[in-house]
Design a protein around this ligand. Structure first.
Ligand SMILES: O=C(CO)[C@H](O)[C@H](O)COP(=O)(O)O
Length: 231
């Protein structure tokens, strides 16, 4: 009988491979989510052992900030200096390394942080790869709370199948105090065109399309970790 698939072990394997790209003295963007968590822990381990020195982390969420400090990574707020590298998970990865991110809710800080590096390394298990964006995941869209029902009406005219993220009685609130509309994507669309349309919609703060940003991806499958690079 074959071993049950352990996605957590795969996420960790991808995270360890990405951490091998981190060098002493680097300013490192720290992603958010269950996969990025393993990278933060691994960086922390290497800082603790002395293998990595002079590391500064820039966290993409309150949760990653707390975890980074717990594992001994000095954390600074984002400022205009470039980051040497950023490591983060994704919800979907297409063959061009274009991404959907934000199911974990940190898309705005992730984009603000990761736009400041020339080396954005995505880590994932193999379930995150798709032929076309939108195959499995909705696109998370961060929207202002003020007037959110009006913004949602405008968004429904573009992506009718979506809905306000609401895990319980209240809507989900991001670290920035905003709400998220998870937009169901059509079978065929141009992500760059849709991104521009969404960003041009009043009330939209940011979208979970990360286009042309990722430079590397480590994707872990039961038969090993595959490395991809943007061409
Ligand atoms: O974009 C994100 C958070 O905003 C995460 O990177 C994405 O949701 C993947 O998370 P996980 O590694 O837990 O599947």
């Amino acid at each position: 009988m074959s071993e049950p698939l352990n996605l957590e072990a795969l996420k960790q394997q991808a995270a360890v491979r990405a951490t091998d790209l981190v060098r002493s003295g680097m300013r490192v963007g720290l992603g958010t989510g269950s996969t990025a968590k393993y990278a933060i822990e691994e960086i922390g381990r290497r800082v603790d052992s002395g293998e990595l020195t002079g590391i500064v982390g820039v966290a993409t969420s309150e949760a990653s900030d707390v975890l980074a400090r717990q594992v001994g990574i000095p954390v600074e707020p984002l400022d205009p200096r470039p980051l040497d590298i950023a490591i983060d998970g994704a919800d979907e990865i297409d063959p061009q390394l274009d991404l959907i991110k934000g199911l974990g809710g940190a898309l705005l800080r992730e984009k603000l942080t990761e736009i400041q590096t020339g080396t954005l390394v995505i880590i994932a298990d193999h379930t995150k790869t798709v032929a076309h964006l939108g195959e499995k995941a909705p696109v998370p869209i961060e929207i202002a709370r003020f007037g959110f029902l009006s913004t949602i009406e405008r968004l429904r005219a573009i992506l009718p199948g979506g809905r306000l993220r609401q895990p319980g009685a209240q809507p989900y609130v991001t670290d920035n105090g905003n709400y998220i509309y998870d937009g169901q994507l059509p079978a065929a669309f141009d992500p760059a065109v849709l991104e521009r349309q969404l960003k041009g919609t009043l009330g939209v703060v940011e979208t979970g399309f990360f286009l042309g940003m990722a430079t590397h991806a480590f994707v872990a499958a039961p038969d090993g970790v595959q490395e991809f690079r943007r061409r």
